[in-house]
Design a protein around this ligand. Structure first.
Ligand SMILES: [Zn+2]
Length: 706
């Protein structure tokens, strides 16, 4: 699901300069590798070379075309075909494949009707026209928002820009109330489920969400099929499940949707939206906006359509008539394992969702195809006797688009094992293109930098690191909010998670529309599948390093430093927000510093042991085991069993999705929301919980070097 960044940054799509560079790593062969002795690094470099050579853009292209030939929406014949194809291919690569499956309460559109009823009657189109090269176009689902309730509502329209809290404040200043109205909002700035909830909270009776051309249409560039941007009939489908409360099956929060699990009543499910909501194209939004009366829209509300944007009400009326069926739908994951030799119980997981809204070539055949290719190359090495030390698990998730269904249920089912044995989770949601980006927990930053220096960008032959940093001295890391399958791993269980790969910012132009297809991928987003190949090499090498490292390449000094920064930011919020709750944060800063110091001592000890080159003798082996144990458990220490205020499923205390953003990350979420709302008791409670966690993390680090 993850929305491509709707930012206004410019970028260059490299279409013509496609030099297929050698797959071999450009870095000098003697470079040390974080977490490896010199001897193990030599073996590792050979393993990685073999792996990188095995990745083929041609095979990736074949896999991608096969998987995105027809639409792959949850519980359709298309997704079943993609599932069977994936299982068959991965088995043919010599991997051990299982298919953990669930029955999840989910929606299916029976009939979606939006009609403009004033100033004249006009039925709005709810599907794209299609092109001759699109197969089985009848199987493309109509434009709809998963988990919208059914409903038949009519009335006046109010245009609320992105539907953010500040947009409603601007409307209030104009004297416009959305109570009893149908709110028209545009995509961007927040997760669409947040848009539905914000409208619901303000008493609106229905929501229409459209894609303004300024954000991802003709204002940005040539539209499909002449370019990658959104044409007038392109509709962004998408779930409006309140995943910021909890993702997954609405009826089984915290437990897997397997037979025998008790389901709660839909009325009690806090992640279900309550007012009918549906998406439309800008071609269909234009007449609505054109006739809308009321005050002129503020500057920030102006979009790219050639009309005078007014906010209403008046002029335009609509009827929104949604018939949405609810039933238990099958969700089938694909899980392929390569069993580790010396530490088989420890797991490094690399996953991507394989379901899609339509053809899904970018979202997310690109991610899943990339992982299938990692599996193919690792499988070839397996044949030649190369095995990892820890177990590598490759996972294809089903039902991500509806609310991270497959990954959430799987993590909930295996959370005890994951809490004990998961080393890390790497996610891929969108893996083609010529830009590179990474987001994740801070202790992995250094390892990811090393990996991108060891892998060549297939387009340039230079290290991926150079593509990543561009003209900057160093690349920038993002931290994880929500909107993709790392959510349950990181936020529910505390498994260190990251995403690193090539992306195509222009993929936002066809995002969740019928035009996210092979044509778009091969012409505009990732010609030659070179970005896919680069993503496969980066992720494969990263996973191999995590699986084979003598000492896990985690730098918790970086985490502690980042947390200290978040605490300082929070101090500023406390100082500058009128009405903010006031709690003492200095003890937190001290605890973060103590954790950093303990981590530094642990890292030094680890580096000494690795430099000595001995991992086998009794004392060295025991020391390394203790260090790894400490490194495995520190992220878990940052979670709290009671969860965040009002959303106990979210247990991570450093990162969570923002309540009014949905995708973007909120730092120190338990305290931050409470401080901003002036709730001193809760702020203090969560300050103390975080204090405990920071002390636990420090104690783990100290025990690691004792
Ligand atoms: Zn996705």
């Amino acid at each position: 699901m993850r929305a491509p960044s709707a930012g206004r940054r410019s970028f260059a799509v490299v279409l013509s300069v496609i030099s297929v560079a050698a797959a071999a790593a450009p870095a000098a062969a003697q470079d040390p590798i974080l977490g490896f002795t010199e001897q193990s690094a030599e073996h590792q470099r050979a393993y990685e070379q073999g792996f990188q050579k095995g990745v083929s853009p041609q095979v990736i292209g074949r896999t991608s075309r096969a998987l995105s030939r027809t639409p792959q929406l949850i519980a359709t014949p298309g997704v079943r075909r993609a599932f069977e194809y994936s299982v068959e291919r991965l088995r043919s690569y010599g991997l051990d494949v299982s298919t953990p499956s669930y029955g999840v309460y989910a929606s299916r559109p029976e009939d979606v009707r939006v009609t403009m009823t004033a100033p004249y009657t006009r039925r709005l189109a709810n599907k794209e026209d299609g092109f001759p090269w699109q197969r089985d176009f009848d199987d493309v689902v109509v434009g709809y928002n998963a988990y919208s309730p059914s409903g038949d509502v009519s009335g006046e329209v109010v245009y609320a820009n992105y539907g953010l809290p500040e947009d409603y404040e601007a409307l209030e200043e104009l004297g416009v109330d959305v109570r009893g109205k149908i709110v028209l909002v545009r995509y961007g700035g927040s997760f669409r489920g947040v848009k539905a909830q914000q409208a619901e909270l303000r008493g609106a009776k229905g929501v229409l969400i459209y894609s303004d051309p300024e954000d991802d249409g003709f204002t940005r560039g040539a539209v499909y099929p002449d370019g990658p941007w959104r044409p007038a009939d392109g509709i962004q489908r998408g779930s409006i499940q309140y995943i910021f409360n909890y993702p997954g099956d609405p009826l089984t929060p915290g437990v897997p949707s397997v037979p025998g699990t008790r389901r709660i009543a839909p009325d009690d499910a806090d992640n279900l939206p309550r007012i009918p909501t549906t998406p439309i194209s800008y071609g269909e939004a234009e007449p609505l906006l054109e006739h809308l009366g009321g005050p002129a829209a503020p500057e920030s509300f102006q979009g790219g359509l050639p009309v005078d944007y007014n906010v209403g009400p008046g002029g335009t009326k609509v009827r929104l008539d949604l018939d949405i069926a609810y039933e238990q739908l099958p969700v089938r994951n694909v899980v392929a394992e390569i069993r580790g030799t010396t530490k088989p119980e420890e797991k490094v997981v690399l996953g991507a969702h394989y379901d899609g809204w339509t053809y899904g070539t970018s979202d997310n055949t690109s991610g899943w195809t990339t992982i299938m290719e990692v599996g193919r190359s690792l499988g070839r090495l397996l044949d030649r006797g190369w095995r990892p030390e820890r177990t590598i698990v490759l996972t294809g998730w089903d039902g991500e688009e509806y609310g991270l269904l497959g990954s959430t249920e799987w993590v909930e089912q295996f959370q005890r094992d994951l809490a004990r044995n998961a080393v890390a989770y790497a996610n891929l949601d969108g893996a083609g293109g010529s830009s590179f980006g990474a987001a994740g927990v801070p202790q992995v930053d250094d390892a990811l930098i090393e990996v991108t220096k060891a892998v060549a960008d297939p387009r340039t032959g230079r290290p991926v690191y150079d593509t990543w940093r561009g003209d900057d001295e160093a690349p920038e890391f993002d931290r994880l909010g929500s909107g993709s399958d790392y959510t349950a791993f990181l936020d529910h269980v505390g498994v260190p998670s990251f995403e690193a790969g090539f992306t195509a910012p222009a993929s936002s132009g066809t995002y969740h529309s019928a035009y996210d297809d092979t044509f778009n991928m091969e012409h505009y987003l990732d010609p030659g599948y070179l970005g896919h190949a680069g993503s496969a090499r980066v992720n494969g090498v990263a996973v191999l390093r995590l699986a084979n490292a003598d000492v896990l390449p985690f730098r918790y000094t970086d985490y502690a430093t980042a947390v200290a920064g978040y605490i300082e930011d929070l101090q500023q919020v406390q100082d500058e927000t009128p009405g903010a709750a006031q709690v003492d944060l200095d003890i937190l800063l001290e605890a973060a510093e103590a954790w950093r110091a303990a981590s530094e001592a642990l890292e030094q000890r680890a580096d000494e042991l690795l430099a000595a080159g001995d991992t086998e003798s009794g004392t060295a082996a025991r020391a390394i085991r203790r260090i790894n144990d400490a490194l495995m458990r520190q992220e878990r220490a940052l979670t709290t069993a009671q969860g965040l205020p009002e959303r106990p499923w979210f247990r991570h205390q450093i990162y969570a999705p923002g309540l009014v953003t949905g995708y973007a990350v909120q730092y120190l979420p338990g305290m931050r929301d409470a401080i901003e709302q002036g709730d001193e008791a809760t702020a203090r409670e969560y300050r103390d919980l975080l204090l405990d966690s920071l002390r636990d993390a420090r104690a783990l680090a100290e025990r690691g070097v004792r």
